[in-house]
Design a protein around this ligand. Structure first.
Ligand code: PSZ
Length: 495
C-alpha cells in the first residue's frame, strides 16, 4: 500500500520499522510512538458496517445517539484512532480534548509491567479515609509540581463536573466562614440546612457566563449555558448569567470594538452582582473558562480576565477558573490562564481531562475548617496519578509545550490561509497553541465539513453553533498539521 513512508517527518527523530498491524510500514517518532504516515478511510460511511452492527448491539441497553463509531483501542496509535471498519483517522479531537500523549504511548504501556503499579491500580482506596503510604509524596511531587502559581492546596476528584461541583461548595463554605468568623454553627443553622432552608442552606449564588460549559451535574449545570439539550426539563438555580465577549476577527483589526465588548460584559458582571445582592442571593463566586470551549471557542482578552479578577476582589467573590478543557498544555502553557498575567492567583482552578483525574487547586482559605465537608468515596484515583506522573515526564523530556506552539502555529497560519482561499465558507480563526477553532458560514456547512473531513480521514469536533474545533494531542507535530490542512483544503473544494 502506498500511504506509509518517511518523507513528512523531521529526520533526526524518525526511523522506519516493519510492524505487523496490517503488515505495513509504520513511522516511529520521538519516544517511540509508531504511526501510519497518513489517514486511511476504507468504508463508504462512518460509522461503517461493523460500527453500525455494534451500535445496534449497544442500543439494546443504552442510548447510542451520540456514538460516532466504535474504535479499536488495541490498534490505535499516536495521533491516529483506528475504528472497527479498518478506518484510520488522524485524531484532532482526542476524546473531547482528553488524550495528552496520543494512543498507546509506549511509556504509558510500560507502566503496567510494574507489579507495584498494578497493585496501586487494583487496590483502589477511599482516599479520604485510607490513603496509601505513598499518597502524600505523590501529591507533592506530581500534582503540586504543576499547581498554578500561588495555589498551595489540592482537592482531588474524579471528573470535571464533580470538580466544579465541589469547588462551588468550597467557595460557599469560604464565603459563609468569612461572615461567621470564629463562632460555631448555630442550632438554627444545623436544623434549617436539613430541610434545605436558610440560614443553614443560605441563598448564595455563583455567577457564570452565557455560552459557558462547566458540566452536567445539578450545581454545575446551573452554570452551563451552551446548549438547551443539556438543560431542558432539569430544575436550575436562579444564579446570575453575564454576557461573555464575542469578538470580531482578526483581532488586530478590531481592537477598539473588542475593547468595548470587554467593557460591556464586565459592566454586566458588576450590575448582576449588585442585582443579586439586592435579591438576597449574593454572588459568592464567579466561574469562567479561559477559552469557552463547548460554547464555540470564545476567547476573552487578558485585560478582560484581569478586570474580572478586580471585580471579584472588590465584591468579595471568589474567582474560579475552569481549566478542565484548557489545562494540560494544549494552549502552549500548562494552564491557559498563565497567558493572562493576572495580578493575583485565581482563587480556585479546576482540572480533569488530560490530567487523567479531576480536582481543583486552591489556597488555604478554601480548605474547610471542619473535616468531612468536601468528601466522597474515591476522592480521586492513585491509578490515574501513575499515568499523570509519566505524562508529565514525557511532556518535559520531549518539550511538548514548545512543540504545541510550533505545530499550533503551522495549523493556525494554515487555517488563516484557508480562510483567505475560501472566505465564503470560513472565518474567525482563533485560539492559542493547538487549541484552535475556525467559524463556518452556517451550522449546515459546519456539520457537513466535520462529517466530510472525517470521510477524508480527519476527526475534528464541532462546538458552538458554527465552529470547528481542533484539540489534538500534545504529540501532534507540524507534519500532522500539514495533513489536516491538505485534507481540509480538499474538502472545502468539494463544497
Ligand atoms: O457534552 C458534554 O457533556 C461535554 S462535551 C465536552 C465536555 C463535556 N467537556 C467537559 C467540561 C469542560 O469542557 C469544562 C470547561 N468544564 C467542565 C467539564 C465537565 O467535565 P466532565 O465531562 O469530566 O464532567
Amino acid at each position: 500500500m502506498r500511504f506509509f513512508g518517511l518523507n513528512m517527518l523531521p529526520k533526526a527523530h524518525t526511523h522506519i520499522r516493519k510492524c505487523n498491524i496490517f503488515q505495513l510500514n509504520f513511522v516511529k517518532q520521538y519516544s517511540t510512538t509508531l504511526e501510519p504516515k497518513e489517514p486511511v478511510v476504507l468504508s463508504k460511511t462512518i460509522p461503517g458496517p461493523k460500527s453500525t452492527d455494534l451500535k445496534t448491539q449497544l442500543g439494546a441497553v443504552q442510548s447510542t445517539g451520540t456514538v460516532q463509531f466504535f474504535a479499536d483501542y488495541e490498534k490505535s496509535t499516536g495521533n491516529y484512532i483506528f475504528d472497527v471498519d479498518g478506518n484510520i483517522l488522524l485524531d484532532v479531537y482526542t476524546q473531547i480534548s482528553s488524550v495528552p500523549l496520543g494512543y498507546n504511548h509506549p511509556r504509558l504501556l510500560n507502566l503496567f509491567k510494574d507489579d507495584k503499579n498494578i497493585k496501586t491500580l487494583i487496590n483502589r482506596p477511599a482516599l479520604g479515609v485510607f490513603p496509601g503510604k505513598e499518597w502524600p509524596e505523590k501529591l507533592q511531587s506530581i500534582l503540586m509540581n504543576i499547581a498554578p502559581k500561588g495555589l498551595n492546596k489540592i482537592t482531588t476528584m474524579m471528573c470535571g463536573s464533580c470538580s466544579n461541583e465541589n469547588a462551588f461548595k468550597s467557595i460557599f463554605i469560604w464565603y459563609q466562614n468569612k461572615l461567621r468568623g470564629s463562632t460555631a454553627f448555630t442550632a438554627e443553622e444545623m436544623n434549617s440546612c436539613m430541610i434545605n432552608m436558610p440560614p443553614g442552606a443560605p441563598n448564595l449564588s455563583i455567577l457564570s457566563f452565557k455560552g459557558a460549559f462547566h458540566g452536567r451535574t445539578l450545581g454545575a449545570l446551573s452554570t452551563t449555558h451552551s446548549k438547551y439539550i443539556h438543560k431542558i426539563d432539569v430544575p436550575s438555580f436562579d444564579w446570575p448569567i453575564a454576557s461573555f465577549p464575542q469578538y470580531k476577527y482578526p483581532l488586530e483589526e478590531n481592537i477598539a470594538e473588542n475593547k468595548k465588548e470587554d467593557e460591556r460584559c464586565l459592566g454586566e458582571v458588576q450590575s448582576l452582582i449588585d442585582l443579586y445582592n439586592t435579591k438576597g442571593k449574593p454572588v459568592a463566586g464567579v466561574i469562567v473558562e479561559p477559552i469557552q470551549s463547548e460554547g464555540g471557542d470564545n476567547e476573552a482578552s487578558p485585560e478582560f480576565f484581569r478586570a474580572l479578577q478586580k471585580i471579584c476582589k472588590k465584591n468579595g467573590a471568589a474567582l474560579l477558573i475552569d481549566e478542565v478543557q484548557t489545562g494540560g498544555g494544549s494552549t502552549g502553557k500548562f494552564w491557559c490562564h498563565e497567558h493572562f498575567n493576572l495580578e493575583f492567583p485565581p482563587d480556585v482552578v479546576t482540572f480533569s481531562k488530560k490530567l487523567q483525574l479531576g480536582g481543583y487547586f486552591h489556597s488555604d482559605d478554601f480548605v474547610p475548617k471542619e473535616p468531612y465537608r468536601i468528601f466522597n468515596t474515591w476522592m480521586g484515583d492513585p491509578g490515574k496519578i501513575i499515568l499523570l506522573e509519566e505524562i508529565l515526564k514525557v511532556i518535559n523530556e520531549e518539550k511538548l509545550l514548545e512543540n504545541v506552539n510550533l505545530a499550533g502555529k503551522v495549523l493556525k497560519d494554515g487555517l488563516i490561509n484557508l480562510e483567505k482561499e475560501f472566505p465564503h465558507l470560513l472565518n474567525s480563526t482563533r485560539g492559542r497553541g493547538t487549541f484552535l477553532a475556525v467559524n463556518c458560514c452556517n451550522t449546515k456547512v459546519r456539520d457537513l465539513l466535520v462529517n466530510t473531513l472525517k470521510l477524508h480521514g480527519v476527526q475534528t469536533g464541532g462546538c458552538g453553533e458554527i465552529s470547528i474545533r481542533f484539540r489534538p494531542a500534545l504529540i501532534f507535530r507540524e507534519h500532522h498539521a500539514n495533513i489536516v490542512l491538505d485534507r481540509f483544503r480538499t474538502v472545502l473544494k468539494t463544497l
